[in-house]
Design a protein around this ligand. Structure first.
Ligand SMILES: N[C@H](CCC[C@H](N)C(=O)O)C(=O)O
Length: 282
């Protein structure tokens, strides 16, 4: 039951969130309620529904991530910055740890509304992504698409950064019909847990242009985990350095894949839009 409960509206580069703090008063969330809240026709509207919880089996604060289609997933980079910011506003610290289904996260305050999050280590093994069949070199994954007009895209990279990603490297990111082939790849049988789909145009050793079709949400203005996936995939192909600016529709993220501990650090802005209260029909 969400009726009457307060929530916050936040975004990370236009990736929209409803954030519900369940620590004082836990609630049972069902997919239907999340879909209703995420749809601007029936609720406040968001790309992901985010919870802050004390969840059994997890130490400290837990961040729950639910896509607009109601599916619970392991990671959300843009929301991790927003929740990190909220927790640091609360405790007055300049760093904070919290957990997700994907990995334990460490957030650091870089500026008033600029947060860095250590997203942990990327996983490249076919079972870790996961893929439905063995592929030993996941820098180039063989995704046979059904009858599409012309196979202009092939051999994407695949990686798990707390959630599964598939990154196509292209000459012109703007020219890709992501709205058409994004869902085809998202639901492709090679990805048993579905997948987030990106098109990445490498502009230089330190710059990538990225557009994203998100699993369970469709095209969004920005996807933090996709930016992490694109940087590590580009570096594995020797297309960029270990640090680059990733430019999404909603703006820039600074991504670094650290050599010493193999961790990915994502830095970017957070925006607090305001707060609201769920109406009585929730
Ligand atoms: N659609 C993603 C979850 C949200 C990721 C994105 N909003 C981010 O900032 O990383 C998935 O199904 O794994």
């Amino acid at each position: 039951m969400l009726a009457g409960r307060p929530y916050l509206k936040m975004n990370g580069l236009g990736n929209e969130f409803i954030i519900l703090d369940l620590r004082e008063e836990p609630a049972k969330l069902d997919e239907e309620a999340i879909r209703k809240a995420a749809d601007p026709k029936t609720g406040p509207g968001c790309d992901q529904f985010i919870t802050i919880e004390n969840r059994k089996g997890h130490d400290g604060v837990f961040m729950g991530v639910y896509n607009a289609d109601g599916s619970e997933v392991g990671a959300c980079g843009n929301a991790a910055r927003c929740v990190g910011w909220l927790l640091m506003e609360e405790n007055g610290e300049t760093k904070v740890d919290f957990e997700t289904l994907g990995a334990p996260l460490h957030a650091m305050r870089i500026g008033d509304k600029r947060i860095a999050v250590d997203m942990g280590e990327p996983k490249f093994g076919w079972r870790e992504i996961p893929l439905a069949e063995q592929m030993d070199d996941t820098r180039y994954v063989d995704v046979k698409l059904g009858p599409i007009d012309k196979p202009v895209l092939w051999g994407p990279a695949a990686v798990n950064v707390g959630n599964p990603h598939c990154v196509f490297f292209v000459e012109d990111a703007e020219a890709q019909a992501l709205d058409r082939f994004g869902p085809m790849i998202e639901h492709h049988p090679l990805f048993p847990e579905r997948v987030n789909v990106s098109v990445a145009q490498v502009l230089s050793k330190h710059a990538i242009r990225l557009r994203v079709w998100e699993r369970g949400a469709g095209i969004t203005k920005a996807c933090g985990t996709a930016a992490c996936a694109a940087l590590v995939s580009a570096h594995r192909r020797r297309l960029t350095a270990r640090k680059a600016t990733v430019t999404l529709d909603g703006g820039d993220l600074a991504i670094e894949w650290r050599e010493d501990d193999n961790h990915i650090i994502m830095t970017g802005p957070v925006t607090l839009e305001g707060e609201g209260r769920f109406s009585d029909d929730f």
